[in-house]
Design a protein around this ligand. Sequence first.
Ligand code: 16C
Length: 257
Amino acid sequence: NKLSIQKIKPPKAPKTSLSPKHKYYKEINEVIAEHIKYAAKLDIDNTWELIHDEGEMKVFKREMEEDGMVVDPLKAVHTVKGITGHEVCHYFWNPDVRMEWEGTLESAQVLDWFSEDTCVCYQIHKKVWPTTQREALFWTQIRHVPNEDEDEDGPDYWIVCNYSIPDHDKCPEKTKNIRAIMNVAMICETVVEPPQSDRNITRENITCKIQYHANVNPGGWAPASVLRAVYKREYPKFLKRFTQYVMDQTKDKPIMF
Ligand code: 16C
């Protein structure tokens, strides 16, 4: 029954442990605020084209080009039972486990830690025939965005954002790869249906509502048809494989709200 659905709010945590003096502090706050704003609107109107529809998972794109390069914004929504938004974001963010679920990578490295919740990653993606291999250099941050509305029922999000940076001291300079540019976010809300009054909350009672935004510029020439075919196949594959990974990892662990 709809009226009895409640959202469990985790304790208010510091928004980020990154120092306001850090050179990326402003950029990170702005980028994250922008994703949250769009996620809250959930404005999937008819300018978005549905490219994959499978159960609760829906993947949309908007065809767009910049200087002749395909940069189609991509948006996906998914609803998964038995896991929380904090768990989804934890596994999406944690660089130690990325190779376990990310099927497009050849290698991934952490180059720097800005703070406990923010690091810089350098990764090399698998080659897509017949194009030059891609690499990426980006900060990645996980954070809890508590509901700040007067309205107690307002959304409470967990978010991870991966956002490209132009350079880093420890980043290999001249490689054979083309640098792709990304602005990616995973934004989650946890919905809890209360158990019968004498029972504890179990994984049966929780559902995670996921939104995933990806703006990727391949950074150099690649045939539009190859590119669109690659992401039409890879994003749904990623969403399925990654959410299954989170379910497998968490099923015997205490719920992380
Ligand atoms: O968000 C995802 N993963 C995060 C952690 O890795 C991170 C990565 C974002 C993707 C950035 C793409 C950079 C170029 C990719 C090269 C293509 C590799 C395909 C290999 C196929 C075996 O935020 C999950 C992302 C999962 C889906 C990625 C698919 C991206 C395709 C974009 C089109 C660019 C192709 C350029 C080469 C033709």
